[in-house]
Design a protein around this ligand. Structure first.
Ligand code: C5J
Length: 233
């Protein structure tokens, strides 16, 4: 299947993609990271730094869905019996409350618990794959690469949280597997403004060593010109 080529104003230079070979990949927009009263806030983080990404993500997601293009969501978390939780990850940070312990929204980062789920504002549709990942990168110990290959996807618009951790790790993993990633800066968030800035710099430096950076407005402006038929599956 062919589709028009979309050109998005981006750094370090124009990002081009054919919609049928592209996916919107939304990383870890989970209640425990974003909601007041969740695990992120319990650790002392300012969740407003992440919540400002919700509206731009909603706008991008609405247009992407209206065109029938591929949307994939991820969630960071572990099995209830913790058999996929590396002991090093369990004890890292020497916190009093760690992964698997009871938290404000159920057991922390455990699949099936309320805090592990995706925020209602960006809740996946039943046809949209949700990748449950035990690590920071969305390719590690998941079937994401197989899904993308089966769908013929080579371009990824990557959004979500947090910029310097799961977004950056996923973009780097994708880069090494041959994908071109575009990161809209208003659709990714960090609890730490410096890390937000540097996380984006690291992606687009050196001629786009890991990918491209733009914003939702510039992507939506490029999509306005696009009028291909919605993809049917
Ligand atoms: C973190 C993530 N920050 N989704 N997870 O632990 O970036």
């Amino acid at each position: 299947m062919t589709s028009a080529i979309i050109s998005v104003d981006a750094e370090p230079y124009t990002y081009e993609f054919e919609p049928y070979h592209a996916a919107l990949l939304i990383i870890d927009m989970q209640r425990d990271f974003l909601e007041p009263g969740g695990f992120g806030e319990m650790l002392g983080n300012d969740v407003s730094q992440l919540r400002r990404t919700i509206e731009p993500n909603q706008r991008l997601l609405a247009v992407w869905r209206s065109k029938g293009w591929t949307v994939i969501h991820t969630r960071e978390g572990h099995r209830p019996d913790l058999t996929d939780l590396p002991p090093a990850k369990k004890v890292r940070g020497r916190g009093k409350t760690t992964i698997g312990d009871p938290g404000p929204m159920g057991r922390i980062l455990i699949r099936g618990e309320p805090g592990h789920d995706i925020i209602p504002e960006l809740y996946p549709l039943s046809k949209e794959p949700v990748i449950d990942k035990p690590g920071k990168g969305a390719f590690f110990a998941t079937d994401l690469h197989a899904i993308l290959q089966n769908l013929g996807i080579q371009k990824l618009v990557v959004t979500g949280v947090t910029t310097e951790v799961c977004v950056n790790t996923t973009v780097r993993e994708a880069n090494d597997r041959g994908y071109d990633c575009l990161v809209p800066e208003d659709c990714v968030g960090s609890y730490f403004p410096k890390f937000q800035e540097m996380g984006l710099q690291m992606i687009k430096a050196q001629g786009g060593i890991f990918g491209w950076v733009s914003d939702s407005e510039r992507i939506l402006a490029a999509l306005e010109e696009e009028n291909s038929e919605p993809r049917k599956r």
